[in-house]
Design a protein around this ligand. Structure first.
Ligand code: ADP
Ligand code: MG
Length: 754
C-alpha cells in the first residue's frame, strides 16, 4: 500500500567553508560572496576586469563561512529526517571538491556538540523522536558501505576483503546483497556502529586523505515503525535514510596514466560522472533513457534521483580564488540538480520489514513459553486425578496466566516443595531403607526435571526479553520536565528556521517580480522620463545578456576541455587495445583465440568480461575426450614411459621428461588430439652428415635399455611403425633405422592438419 504524493524537487543548498590558514597566509582573494537572505551566491572572476559582473546562482538555501552545523540541521536536514521517521526514503548527498567541507558537513567533529555534522545530529533526532512517541514500536538499524573503484565494500563486515554485489528485486528495487546491518537501541550504539565503519575505512587505505577523496561513503539508517491504524490493524512504515559523503568532484589528472593506473583513473570517478549524466538526463526533458545502470552509485541511489525518495544535496565550495574553476563547476552541477523532480512516497507495510519478523518471532516464543507452563501444569493435574495421592501446589485454572507471569517464583516454589518432600522422606523412620532409597531417587529425578524445565523457560524468557529490548517504545519520559522544555525549544528553533525559509522564498519571488513589473511601467509623463526608464531597462537587460553570453562562453570552454580529456583517455585506451591486439595476433594461436572469443561474454551484473566454463555437451564447442592413456596423468603417457616410471629406480629416470611432467604440472590444458596419427606422415630427410654425427653421439648410450615388450615384429620395418615413441632409442633397431633414415621423421609442422 502506498500513498502517492505530488512531485517535489530535489532540494539543493550550497555551503562555503571559511578560508583556511594557508589561504589567509597565502594572501588569496576571496571570490565568493554569499547573500544568505536571498539564497544567492556571487562568484567573481579573479582574472576578469573590475567591471565584469560576478556570476550569480540562486539556491533553496545558502550557507556562508559563519554557518553553524545546527543551523543547517534545523533548516535543511531536520525536515528530511522527520519525513524518514514518517516512512519516506530520504537521501542527503554532500558534493564538492576535496577539502571543501563534505565530511565536515556530514560527520563534523563528533567530540564537539556544536560542530557535529548531520549524521550524529540525525542519530540524536531519531532517538529523541522515538522516546517521545506514544503507542508506537520502532526498530532502528544501520549499515555502512563504501564504493571505491566501482567495488562495494561493507564497512561493518568482519571480512574486509570481500566485495559485495548489487541485486535487483521487482518489489524493493536495487539492494546490496549480503550487506550487514546492526539493530541499534540508542545513540551510543549507533555511534559505535559508525566508529567501527570509520575505522575499517581508514585501515584499508594507505593514504586516508587520498582514499576518502576517491571513494563514496554511504551510511544507511533504516527506521521501522509499527502502529495500530484506524482500521484496528497493525501497520508498519519503513523509512530509509542514506547519508552520502561523495568522492571529491575535482577532475582527476589522467595524463601519463597507463595500464592499471589508467584503469584506475577511468574507474575512480565513474560513479561521479555517471551521477552527473543521470542528473543531466533527468532535467533536460528530452532523454527517454536515464543511465542509472552506468555506475554502482547511481544504481544504488536510483530512488533518490527522480524516484520516490526525498533528496537534499549539499554542494560544498571553497572561497579562495585558486578554486574558482572547481567552484563554478560545482555550482553549475548543483544548479542543474535543482530541477530534478521526485515523487516521494511512504513505504507502508513492505514485505521485508524486519520489525514484523521480530514481532512474529516474539509472539511465537511467547506462545511456546506459555505452552510449556500450561502443558506441564495440565500433566500434573492429570496425575493428580490419577490418584497418586500427591500433595499438589498447582493453582487453579483461572490463576494460570498469573503463574506464567510470576514464572521465577513458581519455579522456586516447585523446587522448595520438592526439597521439603525429600527431607520428609529422610525423616520418616517408618519407611524401610529400600523404599526410602527408591522414593529419594524418584524425588531427585523430579528435581532434575524441574531444574531443566526452569532453565529452558528462562532461556526462552531471556530470548524474548532480548528481542523485545530491540523494539523501542516511547512515551516513558514524556512527563519529564526538561524533556518538555527541550521540546519547546526545538519547536521554536524549527519555527525560526521555517520563518527564515519563507522570507528567503519571498525575497526571491520579489526579485523576479521586480523584473517583470519593470516592463509594465509603460505610462510616462515626459519624453525624458521615458528615455530614462528605457535606458535603465536597457542597461539591466544588457547586463543580463552579457552574463548569459559569458556563461555560454564558459560552458563552451568547459565542454572543450572535457572533450579534450575524453579524447586523451580514448587515445590511451586505443593504444592499450592495440598493444593487446598485437600480443594476441603474435603469440596466441588462432584456434585458441577463437575458442576464447567463443566462450567470452559480458557479465552485466559484475560489469566485466568472463569466459563460459567448458562443457563437453555443447554442440560444436565439444571438447575431445581425454585419451585413455592420460587417465590420471596430466598428459598422455606411452606404455614405455609408464613402465619406466614403475620399474626404474635409476636416478637418471627421476629427471626424465615423463617424471618431470608429472612432478611439475606444466600443462593444465586439455589435449586436442590431431585428426591423423604420425603414421600418416612421411619422415623428413636428414642430411648424411647430420646422420653421421647423430650416430656418433648415440654410440655411447649402450647402457640405455629399451622396453621391447610392446615391440611389434610385423612393423619392425621402420621406426615410425614402432610403438616406442623415442627415435633415439631406436638405435638398437640397427640397420632398418639407418637404412630408412630418409623417411623416418615427420616433416616440420606436419602435425597441423592440412
Ligand atoms: P572534504 O570532506 O570535502 O574533503 P573536509 O570536510 O575534510 O573536506 O574539510 C576540510 C577542512 O576544512 C577540515 O579541516 C574541516 O574541519 C574544515 N572545514 C570545512 N568546512 C568547514 C566549516 N564550515 N567551518 C569550519 N571548518 C570547516
Ligand atoms: Mg572528506
Amino acid at each position: 500500500m502506498s500513498k502517492l504524493r505530488s512531485s517535489e524537487s530535489v532540494k539543493v543548498v550550497v555551503r562555503c567553508r571559511p578560508m583556511d590558514e594557508k589561504e589567509v597566509s597565502g594572501g588569496y582573494e576571496r571570490i565568493v560572496r554569499i547573500d544568505v537572505k536571498l539564497g544567492q551566491i556571487l562568484v567573481k572572476n579573479p582574472k576578469g576586469s573590475p567591471s565584469e559582473l560576478p556570476k550569480t546562482f540562486t539556491f533553496d538555501a545558502v550557507y556562508d563561512h559563519n554557518s553553524k552545523q545546527v543551523e543547517l540541521y534545523d533548516e535543511t536536514f531536520r525536515p528530511l529526517v522527520e519525513s524518514v521517521l514518517l516512512g519516506f526514503n530520504g537521501t542527503i548527498f554532500a558534493y564538492g571538491q576535496t577539502g571543501t567541507g563534505k565530511t565536515y558537513t556530514m560527520e563534523g567533529i563528533r567530540s564537539d556538540p556544536e560542530k557535529r555534522g548531520v549524521i550524529p545530529n540525525s542519530f540524536e533526532h531519531i532517538f529523541t523522536h522515538i522516546s517521545r512517541s506514544q503507542n508506537q514500536q520502532y526498530l532502528v538499524r544501520a549499515s555502512y558501505l563504501e564504493i571505491y573503484q566501482e567495488e562495494i565494500k561493507d564497512l561493518l563486515a568482519k571480512d574486509q576483503t570481500k566485495r559485495l554485489e548489487l541485486k535487483e528485486r521487482p518489489d524493493t528495487g536495487v539492494y546490496v546483497k549480503d550487506l550487514s546491518s546492526f539493530v541499534t537501541k540508542n545513540v551510543k550504539e549507533i555511534e559505535h556502529v559508525m566508529n567501527v565503519g570509520n575505522q575499517n575505512r581508514s585501515v584499508g587505505a594507505t593514504n586516508m586523505n587520498e582514499h576518502s577523496s576517491r571513494s563514496h561513503a554511504i551510511f544507511v539508517i533504516t527506521v521501522e515503525c509499527s502502529e495500530v491504524g484506524l482500521d484496528g490493524e497493525n501497520h508498519i512504515r519503513v523509512g530509509k535514510l542514506n547519508l552520502v559523503d561523495l568522492a571529491g568532484s575535482e577532475r582527476q589528472a589522467k595524463t601519463g596514466a597507463q595500464g592499471d593506473r589508467l584503469k584506475e583513473a577511468t574507474k575512480i570517478n565513474l560513479s561521479l560522472s555517471a551521477l552527473g549524466n543521470v542528473i543531466s538526463a533527468l532535467v533536460d526533458g528530452k532523454s527517454t533513457h536515464i543511465p542509472y545502470r552506468d555506475s554502482k552509485l547511481t544504481r544504488l541511489l536510483q530512488d533518490s534521483l527522480g524516484g520516490n525518495a526525498k533528496t537534499v544535496m549539499v554542494a560544498n565550495i571553497g572561497p579562495a580564488s585558486y578554486n574558482c574553476e572547481e567552484t563554478l563547476t560545482t555550482l553549475r552541477y548543483a544548479n542543474r540538480a535543482k530541477n530534478i523532480k521526485n515523487k516521494p512516497r511512504v513505504n507502508e507495510d513492505p514485505k521485508d520489514a524486519l520489525l514484523r519478523e521480530f514481532q512474529e518471532e516474539i509472539a511465537r516464543l511467547k506462545a511456546q513459553l506459555e505452552k510449556r507452563g500450561v502443558g506441564k501444569r495440565k500433566k500434573k493435574n492429570r496425575r493428580r486425578q490419577g490418584g497418586e495421592g500427591e500433595e499438589d501446589m498447582e493453582e487453579d485454572d483461572g490463576e494460570d496466566e498469573e503463574r506464567i507471569k510470576n514464572e521465577p517464583e513458581y519455579w522456586r516454589a516447585q523446587q522448595e516443595k520438592l526439597e521439603r518432600e525429600k527431607r520428609a522422606i529422610l525423616d520418616d523412620h517408618s519407611l524401610v531403607a529400600e523404599e526410602k532409597q527408591k522414593l529419594l531417587r524418584e524425588k531427585e529425578k523430579k528435581m532434575g526435571d524441574v531444574r531443566r524445565e526452569r532453565e529452558a523457560s528462562e532461556a526462552l524468557a531471556t530470548k524474548i526479553k532480548a528481542m523485545e529490548s530491540k523494539l523501542l517504545v516511547g512515551g516513558k519520559n514524556i512527563v519529564d520536565h526538561t524533556n518538555e522544555q527541550q521540546k519547546v525549544l526545538e519547536q521554536r528553533r524549527q519555527e525560526i528556521a521555517d520563518q527564515k525559509r519563507r522570507e528567503r522564498e519571498m525575497q526571491q519571488q520579489m526579485e523576479t517580480q521586480d523584473e517583470e513589473t519593470l516592463e509594465l511601467k509603460e505610462t510616462f509623463s515626459s519624453l525624458q522620463q521615458e528615455v530614462d526608464v528605457k535606458t535603465k531597462k536597457l542597461k539591466k537587460l544588457f547586463a543580463k545578456l552579457q552574463a548569459v553570453k559569458a556563461e555560454i562562453d564558459d560552458l563552451q570552454a568547459e565542454h572543450i576541455k572535457e572533450r579534450q580529456q575524453l579524447e586523451q583517455t580514448q587515445n590511451e585506451l586505443t593504444r592499450e587495445l592495440k598493444l593487446k591486439h598485437l600480443v594476441i595476433e603474435n603469440f596466441i594461436p588462432l584456434e585458441e583465440k577463437n575458442k576464447i572469443i567463443n566462450r567470452a561474454y559480458f557479465d552485466e551484473e559484475e560489469d566485466q568480461w568472463k569466459t563460459q566454463p567448458i562443457t563437453r555437451i555443447e554442440g560444436n564447442q565439444q571438447m575431445m575426450k581425454r585419451p585413455v592413456s592420460a587417465i590420471g596423468y596430466k598428459r598422455p603417457l606411452s606404455s614405455y614411459a609408464k613402465m619406466a616410471l614403475i620399474s626404474r629406480s635409476d636416478p637418471r629416470y627421476r629427471f626424465c621428461v615423463v617424471n618431470r611432467v608429472q612432478a611439475e604440472n606444466i600443462l593444465l590444458l586439455e589435449l586436442d588430439m590431431p585428426s591423423r596419427t604420425t603414421r600418416d606422415y612421411e619422415g623428413p630427410a636428414i642430411a648424411p652428415k647430420v646422420q653421421a654425427a647423430l650416430e656418433a653421439a648415440l654410440q655411447d648410450e649402450d647402457d640405455l635399455q629399451v622396453d621391447a615388450s610392446t615391440f611389434d615384429p610385423l612393423r619392425s620395418g621402420s621406426l615410425r611403425k614402432s610403438k616406442s615413441s623415442r627415435p633415439k632409442t631406436g638405435k638398437k633397431m640397427g640397420p632398418s633405422f639407418i637404412g630408412s633414415g630418409t623417411q623416418l621423421y615427420p616433416q616440420s609442422r606436419g602435425l597441423v592438419p592440412k
